[in-house]
Design a protein around this ligand. Structure first.
Ligand code: ADP
Ligand code: MG
Length: 861
């Protein structure tokens, strides 16, 4: 109820002051209030996940089959169906559980930080450690960590949509005191609520509630129960599964008709169709996709990419263009001032500069600093820190002076404005300082055009050498509007920002992977071009366009053509950044955008894949993103693209395996019906085959590592379905070959006078061998089986050997012998069948060879 209280009352009630908490107080308060973490929604236990595995039509049919088996006293079959079902459910439940655990672990990696006053110093702490009574500093881009009574604001705007549903930013007013205790949250102008986003300005406030005591904490239970959306890939696969099931239903109908025509016992027809349908339906697919996506996000996090939205993994494989910002992503964002440049002179670091320039550098500055064992510790914007460090190095007495002065007025830096300003009263004189991009600062200074032109030329020259330039100006006047013109120009700071290591190589790698890289920055065109040329993004100055030109071309309605062949966009506004993204999308690109500031949020949301910076990025940018780079480095985007492609490949591998082996089983049974011979596999044998050939191997395939050359391929068309022509060709060739050969074996054996059971025994063994050999064929669509590393996936080997082992043991185990109607075979027979199974490798290799040779243009992704 602090919105009805004054700041003084609030502070008194909370037992704290504007000077912040001491270490002791923090300790005792933390003990009392606990950590600032929202109670997690009750998690599903592994038992419930297991139970939910049974909620599927496929399982219902199987349960029905088990029931029928029981009714007709086929206890062995009934038991076996139940065991098969349980194994399926255990595998599924375990995988889902692990995926959930992984997702939770990743969520914990994304921490937010806030600036608070502790022991009199402004320090950065994790939002989790904020406690009641803390004095918190806010700036644009910050996510509010707790409920706050505002003490001071400067041009503050907040987005409270999480709580109020209102998407328009609202203004705040710390002087407001409500008379209505039940006032709606959206109208409490003197409060900030946890979960809101600061979109503009600065503020100071005191924490009134944390964790579950916050307004959002009270409704957290509601928020947590909201279902998380399934990734589109999953939805597409579900539709795909339904379609497959319909086709299988059609085949089942055909088999039923053929069975009746042949006067097969109804019971046999029932079991055969049910089990065949179950075997052919790729019910392992959703689990395999879950595994592929969750493994990918775990691997990515180890490679500095945190996945916020699972569908982004799939999208990465389609990315054709990266619109990257410069500062921090391509450069280190470790700024340091090299020189000050005035119209008259270039100053090197130890040279004394104009007193106003020095004052401007340290007073028109939002960073904070204090001494720790004789060293200055800085917190704040890198530009501000660089300027403060330079000024303090020149004149250490500024430290005390800075402490004794308090700004009477200020305009905080906002990327859209490209400047910041502050006013002070020094020795009874009111002084205003302003700093920012030279163009903006000059527009606020009084001077003749010749001089202006001269200074801009100076700036151009330094920028062309890759430096960032921040201009400073001041005025002595009694007016209060500090944004008004009338400033006296002082000079500009020349700031270096070294390139990040390995970016040049990363840009090359991306381009080899068919992905274009463009630069979009708020910086000067010359600075941007210098960096872009260093990195090989642009070669000629013709590829650079600035915000003014963009506006110019928009007016003429020709911006699309102009933007299309540019590579570097400088001095762009947030709207222009978004427009650039849209233009490239219209040109057919699938665009990934990187950004760190509040100003980047619109473009991040608009992008096909929004990538935010984890270290230097604002919370607002992160909230708008799909992926977060924990090290802010461009190179990590390349890692993400690689892993995105791996995940997509793996999903295709699993799909291929499940559909091809399902087709083989259908072909085998259907052919036998058409040739009027007994069924080559009994229902239990089909069920067994499914268990030993697909049960674990599909999951293992979902965890494959990158194939060679994965970053040398072209991006995939985002509209292309998983079941494309390549998949069709491979499924048909592999499925038909397995099905026809197994049928031929069974048919021949019967013709040679084998008993039905003996013939089935060998056919089953051949199918088990076929399906396990086919796993190796599934490991690459385009690379030859002889060119891929067969030892990177241990789980795959284990699952295959275990399956073969289980089958061999069963051939010797009396119980399994009678259950599955199988018996041991001679070593030579075993070898002969293995040889037949191995021919499948040759067939699939030929398929790859001819597909690449004759259809490469129409078929390659
Ligand atoms: P980038 O796209 O490289 O991240 P920014 O949007 O951060 O660029 O900065 C745009 C411009 O705003 C800079 O070139 C600089 O002129 C100005 N600027 C940046 N930081 C500050 C600051 N703290 N104070 C004043 N001006 C700034
Ligand atoms: Mg920026």
């Amino acid at each position: 109820m602090f919105h009805i209280k004054s700041v003084e009352e609030t502070l008194r009630d909370l037992g704290c002051s504007v000077d912040g908490l001491s270490k002791q107080e923090v300790l005792s308060r933390s003990e009392h209030y606990g950590k600032n973490i929202l109670q997690e929604a009750k998690k599903r236990t592994i038992f419930w996940i297991f139970v939910e595995q049974f909620k599927s039509p496929v399982i219902y049919i199987l349960l029905l089959a088990a029931g029928v088996s029981l009714a007709i006293k086929e206890f062995g079959d009934a038991g076996f169906i139940m065991v098969a079902l349980s194994i399926n459910a255990i595998v599924g439940a375990y995988q889902e559980y692990i995926a959930g655990e992984r997702a939770d672990a990743l969520k914990r990696v994304i921490k937010t930080f806030v600036n608070v006053l502790r022991d009199g110093h402004r320090v950065e702490i994790s939002s989790e450690d904020v406690t009641v009574g803390d004095i918190v500093f806010f700036e644009s881009g910050v996510k509010v960590p707790a409920d706050i009574r505002l003490i001071e604001t400067n041009e503050l705007q907040v987005n409270e949509s999480l709580l109020t549903g209102e998407s328009i930013d609202v203004n705040k007013n710390p002087a407001y005191i409500s008379t209505n205790a039940d006032e709606p949250i959206g109208e409490r102008q003197n409060m900030l609520y946890a979960g809101s986003l600061v979109t503009r300005g600065r503020a100071i406030g005191v924490v009134t509630a944390i964790a579950n005591q916050t307004e959002v904490g009270k409704i957290a239970a509601l928020l947590a129960t909201a279902k998380t959306a399934k990734p589109p890939l999953m939805l597409r696969m579900e539709i795909f599964s339904v379609n497959i099931s319909k086709m299988i239903g059609g085949v089942a109908l055909l088999i039923i008709m053929l069975g009746i025509y042949q006067e097969m016992p109804l019971k046999d027809i029932f079991f055969l169709t049910v089990i065949l349908a179950i075997s052919a339906i790729p019910e392992g697919l959703p689990v395999a996709i879950t595994v592929a996506l969750s493994v990918a996000s775990a691997v990515m996090s180890r490679r500095n990419v945190i996945v916020r939205r699972l569908s982004a993994i799939e999208g990465l494989g389609s990315c054709t263009l990266i619109a990257s910002d410069k500062t921090g992503t391509m450069t280190q964002n470790r700024l340091s001032v090299e020189h000050f440049v005035t119209p008259e002179q270039i100053y090197s670091p130890s040279e004394h500069i104009n007193e106003y320039l020095l004052l401007g550098a340290i007073l028109c500055n939002e960073s904070t600093f204090h001494k720790e064992s004789d060293e200055f510790v800085f917190i704040g914007d890198q530009v501000d820190v660089a300027l403060a460090r330079y000024a303090l190095a020149l004149d250490e007495s500024l430290f005390e002076k800075h402490k004794s002065l308090k700004a009477i007025n200020s305009v905080p830096y906002e990327p859209v404005n490209k400047y910041s300003a502050a006013s002070y009263e020094i020795e009874y004189k009111k002084l205003h300082f302003i700093k920012g991009s030279p163009e903006v600062i000059l527009s606020k200074c009084e001077m003749n055009d010749d001089k202006k032109e001269y200074i801009l030329k100076q700036v151009d020259e330094w920028a062309a050498k890759g430096f960032r330039n921040i201009a400073l100006a001041y005025k002595a006047s009694n007016e209060s509007d500090i944004a008004k013109e009338g400033y006296i120009y002082l000079g500009f700071a020349v700031i270096t920002d070294p390139l990040r290591e390995g970016v040049k190589e990363a840009v090359k790698t991306t381009e080899r992977a068919g992905i274009e890289v463009i630069m979009v920055t708020g910086d000067h065109p010359n600075t941007a071009f210098f960096i872009a040329r260093e990195l090989g993004i642009a070669i000629s100055k013709d590829e650079v366009m600035d915000g003014v030109e963009i506006s110019h071309w928009i007016e003429r309605g020709a911006h699309k053509e102009e933007i299309a062949h540019k590579r570097v966009f400088a001095r762009v506004s947030p709207e222009q950044k978004q427009l650039i993204v849209k233009t490239f999308q219209d040109l057919g690109h699938f665009v990934a955008v990187t950004g760190d500031g509040v100003n980047d949020a619109p473009a991040l949301k608009f992008a096909n894949i929004g990538i935010a910076m984890g270290k230097s990025g604002t919370d607002v940018a992160r909230e708008s993103s799909d992926l977060i780079l924990t090290d802010d480095a461009f190179n990590s985007i390349v890692n993400g693209i690689e892993e995105g492609r791996v995940a997509y490949d793996n999903i295709r591998k699993v799909t291929h395996l499940l559909i091809a082996t399902g087709l083989a089983e259908i072909v085998l049974i259907l052919l036998s019906m058409l040739f009027f011979i007994p069924t080559p596999l009994l229902p239990v044998q089909l069920l067994w085959l499914n268990l030993v050939a697909n049960g674990f191997q599909d999951v293992a395939l979902a965890t494959e590592k990158a194939e060679p050359g994965i970053l040398k391929r072209k991006p995939r068309d985002p509209k292309e379905p998983i079941f494309n022509k390549i998949m069709m060709s491979r499924v048909v060739v592999g499925g038909l070959y397995m099905g026809i050969l197994a049928f031929a074996l069974f048919y021949t054996l019967l013709k040679f006078g084998y008993q039905e059971d003996a013939a089935r025994n060998l056919t089953l063994l051949l199918m088990v061998l076929f399906e396990n050999v086919h796993i190796f064929n599934s490991r690459s669509e385009n690379n030859s089986i002889f060119k891929i590393n067969h030892f990177q996936n241990k789980f795959l080997w284990v699952s295959i050997l275990a399956a073969q082992g289980a089958h061999i043991i069963s051939m010797y185990n009396p119980f399994m012998q009678s259950l599955l109607s199988i018996e041991p075979v001679s070593l030579s027979m075993w070898a002969a069948l293995l040889f037949i199974a191995m021919t499948l490798v040759a067939v699939m290799e030929l398929e790859k060879y001819f597909r690449k040779k004759y259809y490469s243009k129409s078929l390659t992704t």
